[in-house]
Design a protein around this ligand. Structure first.
Ligand SMILES: [Zn+2]
Ligand SMILES: [Zn+2]
Ligand SMILES: [Zn+2]
Ligand SMILES: [Zn+2]
Ligand SMILES: [Zn+2]
Length: 267
């Protein structure tokens, strides 16, 4: 990974240093989010499982979210220092605690009782638009009538002629990721509806209910070592320091027992 992601955060001795550190942290996080996003985009031609891509998108969004939380923290500090400066005439002015410590976070919408839908249909753009991951499509559970729109041209998506899909889906509020807040119409998860259709089996949005990967390991072929819980080391009798885990030889991961390392659904 690129070296510009390495940052040192020293305990600040002045408010100016604290704000500088916030800025550096924010830049590093924003840069990391950009790297993850760009890298995820390069994976599209490999046609990975939608669940995997969706999670990488969520990871990039979460890091970008962390960058903006850092900016909000800097704002909150600045508010505080604004008053403190008058009193302390600059310099050491970290006033600590107070309501600013919790910078305002948008309230997540209410939590409707989740209904489970067992049939769904695939929708597509009538113009056949392509997005970053191929044709723009959406999974819409029967009976929900979600007004999904094309993330490229904005047209309402229409059902494909294909047979209904069987699976298990629920509807969750979207709008929590940066891309959705910026423009739900371009949100790859909700397609403008602010309602994500989530597969309850694999927790991915956009899943068509067909799982051609092992759910125990997400198709990654390995799982956290049960003995060391992925920590790579275990305490040893008579030793002050933990020793490398003998079960996973210090790797922290072992072959997925459910799929025996194939990454495919166990049969
Ligand atoms: Zn379109
Ligand atoms: Zn959304
Ligand atoms: Zn699924
Ligand atoms: Zn282990
Ligand atoms: Zn597996």
């Amino acid at each position: 990974m690129p070296t510009e992601l390495a940052i040192t955060l020293d305990p600040p001795s002045t408010d100016a240093e604290l704000l500088q550190s916030c800025a550096r942290l924010g830049e590093a996080l924003a840069s990391l989010a950009g790297h993850v996003r760009a890298w995820t985009e390069t994976l599209a031609p490999l046609r990975p499982a939608p669940a995997a891509l969706d999670r990488l998108h969520q990871a990039a969004d979460a890091i970008a979210e962390a960058a903006s939380a850092t900016a909000r923290a800097a704002d909150a500090f600045e508010d505080e220092f604004g008053d403190a400066r008058h009193i302390a005439a600059r310099g050491l002015a970290i006033t600590g605690h107070g309501p600013h410590a919790q910078s305002p976070r948008p309230q997540e919408g209410g939590h409707p009782v989740p209904a489970i839908y067992t049939t769904a249909r695939q929708y597509q753009c009538p113009h056949g638009c392509k997005g970053p991951y191929g044709k723009v499509t959406a999974i819409v559970p029967d009976g929900t009538g979600l007004p999904v729109t094309c993330t490229e041209c904005g047209q309402r998506l229409t059902p494909t002629g294909r047979a209904p899909l069987a699976g298990s889906w629920e509807i969750q509020p979207c709008g929590n990721t940066l891309s959705c807040r910026r423009d739900p119409g371009k949100c790859l998860s909700c397609k403008g509806t602010r309602q994500r259709v989530v597969c309850t089996t694999c927790q991915a949005s956009g899943c068509d209910g067909v799982h051609n990967f092992c759910l125990a390991c997400d198709g990654s072929r390995t799982v956290d070592c049960p003995r060391c819980e992925g920590e790579r080391t275990v305490p040893a009798d008579g030793e002050a320091e933990p020793v490398p885990c003998p079960d996973c030889e210090g790797r922290g991961r072992v072959t997925c027992p459910a799929c025996r390392g194939t990454g495919k659904p166990p049969r």
